[in-house]
Design a protein around this ligand. Structure first.
Ligand SMILES: C[S@@+](CC[C@H](N)C(=O)[O-])C[C@H]1O[C@@H](n2cnc3c(N)ncnc32)[C@H](O)[C@@H]1O
Length: 283
């Protein structure tokens, strides 16, 4: 496998990010595949990991979050313009600058013609917002508060350029997971990393978009998993270790792994917890 010296790293910290679990996922990869699909891409930790290992020939990524997908598209098409936009002087590490940006971001959210600006703002809001979360109110407005972080670089230029090169081989979709894998066929590999089923009534892992991800969506996903498995697609899925989810994937290989993660929606409590990795193949 080809590995290049400049590695790229995710340019965004996303709730539910898989950096902690990468070694466990890596150990359970299929022996080989054609197209790689990541229909809940978030910060794309596994995509980047596979890209760095030279294991992405072609890929399809998707997420329901339109601003996140706009960011991926801008990284692919206009990396230099994005780097220039991120270096704007207004992107300062203080609450007033953060709130001004948040206000402007909400004004232009989804607006065509502002793609690069929106992408740069999302990088800034993600870096300096509370715990790098994405959260919207019932009007669909981004409402994460200022995070009081130490000064940090907004982007690494070399890593972002490398990411842009990787994305040249990737179809990027702002779509539901079901549509995102429509073209998956025998010999392809899909990694599903849905919003996790809450571990308890207080833990809320459904705040990724204004609609949330309900148990009915977990069931819809499990039906899709079975359908794709029959087609001969290699499948790997992660979720929290709760009996309702384990039941949905009965008959497949389910392994329990330890993970450290934020366990509530405002990310204040971080503790060790158990997750499951489901696969439909031998590794
Ligand atoms: C657990 S996160 C993925 C984390 C990612 N693997 C990472 O390393 O950062 C789940 C993602 O699913 C997205 N999502 C929620 N509902 C979705 C749906 N119906 N279809 C596609 N993506 C969805 C959310 O916007 C969020 O980015």
């Amino acid at each position: 496998m080809h590995t290049s010296r400049t590695q790229c790293s995710p340019f965004i910290k996303w709730a539910g990010g898989k950096r902690q679990l990468l070694a466990e996922l890596d150990r359970r990869l299929p022996a080989g595949w054609n197209t790689y699909f990541e229909p809940f891409v978030g910060g794309g930790a596994l995509l980047v990991h596979l890209g760095n290992k030279g294991q992405i020939r072609s890929a399809v990524i998707a997420d329901i979050n339109g601003e996140l997908i706009n960011l991926y598209q801008v990284v692919r098409q206009h990396p230099s313009d994005l780097i220039a936009a991120v270096l704007k002087e207004e992107f300062r590490n203080d609450c007033t600058s953060f709130n001004t940006c948040k206000h402007e971001f909400n004004r232009i959210m989804g607006l065509p013609g502002h793609e690069i600006e929106r992408a740069a703002m999302l990088i800034y809001l993600n870096r300096y917002g509370f715990n790098g979360l994405w959260r919207v109110n019932n009007k669909g407005e981004f409402n994460v508060p200022f995070g009081r972080h130490a000064d940090r670089a907004l982007v690494s230029e070399t890593s972002l350029m490398k990411f842009s090169t990787l994305l040249a081989r990737v179809r990027i979709l702002n779509d539901d997971f079901g549509s995102a894998v429509k073209t998956a066929k025998r010999g392809d590999f899909v990694y599903f990393d849905p919003p996790y089923m809450p571990l308890s009534k207080t833990a809320n892992f459904t705040d990724y978009n204004s609609r949330g991800f309900r148990f009915a969506d977990q069931e819809r996903l499990a039906r899709l998993f079975r359908k794709l498995s029959k087609k001969g697609v290699h499948l790997m899925l992660s979720n929290s270790k709760v009996p309702e989810i384990e039941e949905l994937y009965s008959g497949f290989t389910i392994e329990t792994v330890d993970a450290k993660r934020f366990i509530n929606c405002n990310g204040q409590r971080r503790k060790g917890t158990q997750e499951i990795i489901v696969t439909n193949y031998e590794y």
